[in-house]
Design a protein around this ligand. Structure first.
Ligand SMILES: Nc1ncnc2c1ncn2[C@@H]1O[C@H](COP(=O)(O)OP(=O)(O)OP(=O)(O)O)[C@@H](O)[C@H]1O
Ligand SMILES: [Mg+2]
Length: 398
């Protein structure tokens, strides 16, 4: 069976649409990719609906042109400061005469865990059961087991209704349906982490233009998600301010010459330049180092507890556009004292798919991979479809 699938990543610096086909025999094949600069997005949040719609329209039409087919609906990445995540707990009594845990009990225990969520202003985006506790014992799947008391711990991700509505308005406004919203850190984790890392404990940091998405995985499950409002644009801003050059030039210099590798003696007086401006290479690198070292410390502080070595023994995987800065791995190792590597999305097949083998596309590729694995699972859509949605949600995450 062949199924069309598409994802749109509306980032602070770029909008990327990927269209593909999913096929029982050949897996996923990319048919069209459309990357354009994004306008009207600030820190991953819609700031100007008209500009965002224009950017999305351009990105879609590029991808459609390559694919030779029309895009009708897509999975959409969502992130930003309005996203909150928390591990929620709930406990219920099993009151059936035979003390058997049934589907209804799973729904009821989840409802109890979700009860503490403020209704109205927040929209539930994902509900991921992390563990069940039956009469004090952790169990993977309590369905069909006997017990008196059933507990659940679930990772619940919510977004502010307003920011989700604005995004919906932009997507629907260009005539595209929304298959599902997917939290970007989850998508990113799907694209770049190994099963072993997810089991042992790992943090993935997608350092983009306006924000840094963070996901912590442990025991094969999501443990923590977070968003920091610091990323590549701040590095550029620091360079522009610190060296007194225009933003566009600072961005160009950063990408062309910027590095976190130790400055060699012979490079001490090196001058680099573009468009009639010249700057000291050492100053450029020092400014970048100061901001990115601070960001690494913020990433570690975002962790829910301070014993990082035991929480994430597999260390940190850095991805997103800023993972391209030379020397970022060594810098991050120095700051965190943890293993660090760069996350590049695994190779896909299809038209121009080699273009996606760059950390900048980790989240976009992850949106497709996540949707293939978990379509309809744990989302708002899934929640509305309970109990069938819950059944899918239950089976997919354990
Ligand atoms: N070689 C490079 N050296 C330094 N910075 C780079 C390099 N390549 C890309 N970047 C930076 O990466 C950032 C863009 O990353 P990315 O494409 O992941 O962001 P985005 O998805 O558009 O934004 P966000 O995820 O924050 O909404 C920009 O700030 C850009 O300057
Ligand atoms: Mg991004």
């Amino acid at each position: 069976m062949t199924k069309k699938i598409a994802a749109i990543d509306i980032g602070t610096t770029k909008v990327c649409t990927i269209m593909g086909v999913q096929d029982d025999k050949y897996g996923l094949r990319i048919q069209g990719i459309g990357v354009v600069p994004s306008h009207g997005i600030e820190k991953a949040i819609v700031a100007n609906v008209t500009q965002v719609k224009d950017s999305i329209r351009q990105s879609i039409s590029k991808a459609e042109m390559m694919a030779g087919t029309k895009l009708t609906s897509a999975y959409i990445g969502v992130t930003g400061n309005s996203i909150h995540s928390a591990n929620k707990k709930g406990t219920i009594a099993i009151t059936n005469n035979d003390q058997l845990v049934r589907q209804d009990d799973l729904k009821r225990v989840l409802d109890v865990a979700l009860n503490s969520e403020a209704p109205g202003e927040r929209k539930i985006l994902h509900v991921i059961p992390r563990t069940y506790i039956l009469d004090g014992h952790e169990v993977q799947n309590p369905l069909g087991m006997h017990g008196n008391e059933l507990g659940i711990e679930a990772h619940v991700i919510t977004g502010s209704s307003a920011s989700v509505q604005n995004l919906t308005q932009c997507i629907n406004g260009v005539g595209i349906g929304i298959d599902e919203f997917i939290l970007e850190p989850l998508a990113c984790a799907e694209a770049v982490l190994t099963a072993e890392e997810k089991q042992v404990g790992v943090l993935v940091a997608d350092i983009g233009g306006g924000i840094t998405n963070i996901a912590v995985m442990r025991d094969g499950c999501i443990y923590h998600t977070g968003v920091l409002s610091v990323a590549g644009q701040h590095v550029t801003q620091d360079i522009a301010t610190g060296l007194g050059i225009p933003i566009e030039l600072a961005e160009e210099m950063k990408k062309k010459y910027g590095s976190l590798q130790p400055i060699q003696e012979k490079e001490g007086d090196k001058v680099v330049g573009e468009n009639g401006h010249s700057i000291a290479y050492a100053d450029l690198c020092d400014i970048m180092r100061a901001r990115l070292e601070e960001l690494m410390r913020l990433i570690i502080m975002e962790l829910p507890h301070s014993n990082t070595a035991s929480l994430i023994p597999a260390g940190i995987v850095i991805t997103g556009g800023c993972a391209n800065v030379p020397g970022i791995v060594e810098m991050a190792q120095g700051v965190t004292r943890l293993p660090v590597r760069i996350g590049i999305p695994s190779a896909l097949s299809g038209v121009s798919s080699a273009q996606l083998n760059d950390p900048s596309y980790a989240t976009t590729v992850g949106l497709l991979l996540w949707s293939m694995k978990n379509a309809g699972v744990g989302s708002q859509k899934g929640m509305q479809n309970q109990p069938s949605g819950f059944r899918r949600l239950f089976s997919a995450f354990r």
